[in-house]
Design a protein around this ligand. Structure first.
Ligand code: CO
Length: 132
């Protein structure tokens, strides 16, 4: 069912420092920081030839990644995002397979429908599915 790896999201305690690591140390192409208030994050997209890395930093008081950063003060991998053709069909399959879908299908950072799956059902990793 899943297709390409769309992105790996990494929470960073300092967005400028994280951006510098990817741009300068690793020599990758990085975007300018973008505030996404509806998701409570500021993000920098790192473009790789075959996928993306998204550096995430909390934005606002109620950021959903604030707790993650508290627990992982140096930052860390937050989720992986796989592409699917049909998000509704994917959601149904996940429920049928007994996996826990977190919340409802939402419009993600790329303006496409996404849903999140519980890490306990996916090898300890938060999984995002995005309709490509
Ligand atoms: Co994501």
């Amino acid at each position: 069912m899943i297709g390409n790896l769309n992105h790996v999201a990494i929470v960073v305690p300092n967005l400028d420092a994280g951006t510098a690591v990817y741009r300068d140390t690793l020599g990758a192409k990085v975007s300018a920081p973008m505030d996404i208030p509806e998701h409570g994050v500021t993000t920098v997209f790192v473009e790789l030839p075959n996928t993306k890395i998204e550096l995430l930093h909390p934005l606002g008081e109620k950021s959903p990644i604030a707790k993650f950063l508290e627990n992982n003060p140096n930052g860390g991998v937050h989720h992986v995002c796989y592409e699917v053709k049909d998000i509704q069909a994917a959601a149904k399959k996940m429920v049928d397979e007994g996996a826990r879908v977190l919340g409802d299908i939402k419009i993600g950072a790329h303006k496409k429908p996404v849903l999140f799956l519980h890490p306990k059902d996916f090898c300890g990793t938060l999984v995002e599915l995005e309709q490509a």
